[in-house]
Design a protein around this ligand. Structure first.
Ligand code: FES
Length: 120
């Protein structure tokens, strides 16, 4: 007697079309937790999605400074700083060479480490 072929747990054809997202690692300080997050999303979106405490007062429009973070590793993997972000960073206090606005920095394929700052 031959049994039917073993079905796969989920219909591969149904779920394959959903999201071909590539993931990368995002380590968040000071918690030290590392998450797998989709390449191409902003740091802000990724941080909010995993439940890290970050503020976004302007809704991600590079206008409020509340999402300022330090990227301590993997900076080159992020999207380049565009004009709006650069202009905002120029006018901010406490900026360093590691500074990014999380709403403007898109994740690349290399792992990143993000230092959250205490903002209100
Ligand atoms: S959320 Fe306002 S500048 Fe990024």
């Amino acid at each position: 007697m031959t049994a039917l072929t073993t079905p796969t747990p989920a219909s591969a054809s149904a779920s394959a079309a959903a999201t071909p997202a590539t993931l990368t690692a995002m380590t968040v300080l000071p918690s030290g937790k590392t998450y797998e997050v989709p390449v191409g999303t902003s740091l802000l979106q990724a941080l909010l999605a995993v439940g890290e405490a970050i503020v976004s007062k302007c809704g991600g429009k590079a206008q409020c400074e509340s999402c300022h973070v330090f990227v301590t590793a993997g900076r080159k993997s992020l999207s380049k700083i565009q004009r709006a972000e650069n202009e905002k960073l120029d006018g901010m206090v406490g900026v360093s060479s590691q500074s990014r606005l999380a709403c403007q920095a898109l994740l690349g394929s290399e792992p990143v480490t993000v230092q959250l700052l205490s903002s209100t």
